[in-house]
Design a binder for this molecule. Structure first.
Ligand SMILES: C[S@@+](CC[C@H](N)C(=O)[O-])C[C@H]1O[C@@H](n2cnc3c(N)ncnc32)[C@H](O)[C@@H]1O
Length: 305
């Protein structure tokens, strides 16, 4: 039985029509969005959801969009146990998270394993926007990666990432690093890695120069994410690929977009797009744009310090 069927008799048919079709379940917590006109019915809706999904112990209402640099969603408790912390299982890994303090989306599950499957034994990786460590830990558990540097600017995310590293016994592979990924790359990871993950669509374009700097001089792979609003008849994948290709050409690196896909639909004509970019040589990397260049580990790199 789905939520709409369960609520028949409890809500008016016109109210049932207004309900959003999808909701997230993270561990034993469900997160719902409730249309403004149904706000007074939140508890009835939450109770119905708990009756259908017996493993759900807490229902939260998302009252605003995912926002800010830390990508947090504003949540209000609706029903069940009063907490925001849970443990989510994905691809045989455990992720402890406080949903009010850290970003977490179960909707990236396929994408996380898609990347992990590409990783070859002995690779060194940097995850520039690692959250509570999902991509990094799944890679560590499902590939022979040697090291996954996992950076996040949110101290709460780093706290949970460290717990998750221990929970999943990947202490020797995943290293949690608190800070701004561009600062960390400039200070200790220039020319160091085979693969870069950029799972923050709002900032990936701005940080692309730093992803290139992190790669070994002979190149590697960048997993790039972006959001794209399209006009009628436009292809979101082509738009993102064109934008990124232009930037990489301007930076003077040899590249090939080996795969491009829509990760998910975010809204009407609004998509999250993933590009797997193979950089075959970044020795000619030319960044700085007059903002002052400096020699970093033998390569010309931009400094914002
Ligand atoms: C969309 S979440 C990534 C989620 C994670 N990869 C996952 O699969 O759950 C983006 C993360 O980037 C972090 N962040 C934002 N700006 C950052 C920066 N300049 N440097 C490092 N991390 C940053 C946020 O705190 C947030 O945890």
């Amino acid at each position: 039985m789905n939520l709409k069927d369960r609520l028949t008799g409890f809500l008016e048919p016109s109210e049932i029509k207004m309900l959003y079709k999808s909701f997230d379940i993270v561990g034993d917590i469900a997160i719902l969005k409730i249309p403004e006109r149904l706000e007074g019915k939140g508890e009835v809706i939450a109770e119905a959801l708990m009756q259908i999904h017996r493993n759900v112990k807490t229902v939260l209402c998302q009252v605003g969009p995912v926002s800010g640099d830390l990508r947090l969603r504003e949540l209000r408790w609706l029903r069940g146990e009063k907490r925001f912390e849970t443990i989510h299982k994905e691809h045989g890994c455990l992720f402890k998270v406080d949903l009010s303090k850290c970003y977490f989306s179960p909707r990236l599950s396929y994408e996380r394993m898609r990347i992990a499957r590409q990783v070859k034994s002995g690779e060194v990786i940097v995850n520039m926007f690692a959250g509570v460590g999902c991509f990094s830990i799944i890679i560590a558990r499902h590939s022979g990666a040697k090291k996954v540097y996992s950076i996040d600017i949110n101290p709460a995310a780093i706290h949970y990432m460290r717990e998750n590293i221990n929970l999943n016994r990947v202490e020797n592979v995943v290293e949690a690093i608190l800070g701004d990924s561009k600062e960390i790359i400039l200070s200790r990871l220039t020319g160091a890695v085979d693969r870069v993950l950029m799972p923050l669509p709002e900032k990936a374009y701005e940080y692309l120069d730093y992803a290139l700097m992190a790669l070994k001089p002979t190149g590697g792979i960048i997993h790039y994410y972006d959001f794209e609003h399209t006009k009628k008849g436009e292809d979101p994948i082509a738009n993102v690929a064109d934008k990124v290709s232009k930037k990489l050409s301007d930076l003077g690196v040899a590249f090939n977009i080996s795969l491009a896909r829509i990760v998910r639909t975010v809204g009407p004509r609004w998509f999250q797009v993933a590009l797997d970019i193979f950089i075959s040589d970044r020795r000619d990397l030319c960044v700085g744009g007059g903002r002052g260049e400096e020699e970093v580990n033998g390569y010309i790199g931009m400094s914002n310090r």
